[in-house]
Design a protein around this ligand. Structure first.
Ligand code: SAH
Length: 326
């Protein structure tokens, strides 16, 4: 729902200020349309249905994985593809992965989104509508900005959406914004955002030369500068920064590279997520043994780490596989 349009439409009609809040609260609780908003007068519900589309995105396709993961493909009003994923875990956690842009202007070599055409930034309403889609299926409690796009290139809309998430059932502590290290947005995020939203950094290599090969953005903003911002985030927010590290066979997965990573990251500040590579054509994923040996080095250095569970691989919904133009 376009919440600005909602507020304008209600204000133009001279409706009391609490109406917009009322309507939003119904939407955030997962109703399917205006008709269910029983404390809003029927005539007004009809007017809203005509003037403020209930959703800014239309569902084009939905794929269900055998592990319970659901991937939704949407189109914006002007036809851009947007994908979002609901991940269901055994412990009951329901985590949504949303897109901040249609496509992505960055060109990380291992990521499928970078290979598709960049469309545009998504509005706050388009970001929220991805979450609301899944909220209409079931209650949700975690959200990560790890779908298509670079959130720090669209920070205002990302934050406007994030601020509304507690109404949907997702606290700020359970909201994570992931970045390649886009410095201007990251600096603003550290300076301006008071909510305890989690920061995640896509690192993928401790060595700057290798990182530049994997992620051209590394030539633009130095790793030192990016890590300095991450440390500043920790000092101000007292929350650990999660580091994402996708495991590429023979590229960044040797035990020497694990030692390099351990000497780069302060265990008091960073926690590493080792991500099994989901094939997108360009690399081979590290073997389980290689991932285990890499993790063992981090363990010995007392740098906290986990190996991420891969979800939705059978429906191309796993990290880096969201490329709508299949
Ligand atoms: N642009 C932001 C937000 C997207 S997050 C960022 O990069 O942080 C997407 C996550 O999935 C990143 O950590 C990315 O590195 C990871 N990823 C991309 N391609 C992948 C692949 N093929 N296999 C596993 N993880 C991948």
């Amino acid at each position: 729902m376009d919440l600005d349009l909602l507020e304008r439409t209600l204000a133009d009609r001279g409706e009391p200020a609490y109406r917009a809040r009322q309507v939003w609260e119904w939407a955030a609780r997962g109703v399917a349309d205006y008709g269910e908003m029983t404390n809003v007068p029927a005539a007004l519900r009809e007017l809203l249905a005509a003037e403020v589309p209930f959703a800014t995105l239309s569902l084009a396709d939905e794929a269900h994985s055998t592990d319970g993961t659901i991937k939704a493909l949407f189109r914006t009003g002007d036809g851009h593809p947007v994908e979002a994923v609901l991940m269901r875990y055994r412990d009951g956690r329901r985590s949504i992965c949303v897109s901040s842009q249609s496509g992505c202007p960055l060109t990380c070599t291992f990521c499928a989104t970078g290979a598709m055409r960049f469309g545009r930034n998504l509005t706050a309403g388009e970001i929220l509508d991805q979450a609301l889609h899944f909220r209409r299926i079931e209650p949700v409690d975690h959200l990560v900005f790890m779908g298509m796009g670079e959130p720090m290139l669209n920070l205002d809309n990302v934050l406007a959406a994030a601020r509304r998430l507690p109404d949907v059932g997702i606290t700020h502590r359970r909201t994570t914004i992931s970045t390649v290290g886009w410095l201007p947005g990251l600096t603003r995020f550290v300076d301006e955002v008071e909510q305890p939203i989690r920061l995640a950094l896509s690192l993928h290599a401790a060595d700057p030369h290798l990182r530049s090969q994997l992620m051209p953005v590394n030539d633009r903003y130095t790793l030192d500068a990016v890590l300095a911002e991450c440390r500043r985030y920790f000092e101000l927010r007292h929350r650990k920064v999660y580091v994402e590290y996708v495991m590429l066979a023979g590229v960044n997965d040797s035990t020497d590279q694990a030692r390099e990573l351990a000497s780069l990251l302060d265990p008091a500040i960073f926690k590493v997520n080792l991500i099994p590579y989901n094939p997108t054509g360009m690399y081979d994923g590290s073997s389980r043994d290689a991932i285990g040996a890499f993790k063992h080095v981090l363990d010995k250095a007392r740098l906290p780490s986990t190996v991420r569970l891969t979800r939705g691989r059978d429906i191309a919904a796993a990290c880096g596989q969201l490329a709508a133009a299949r």
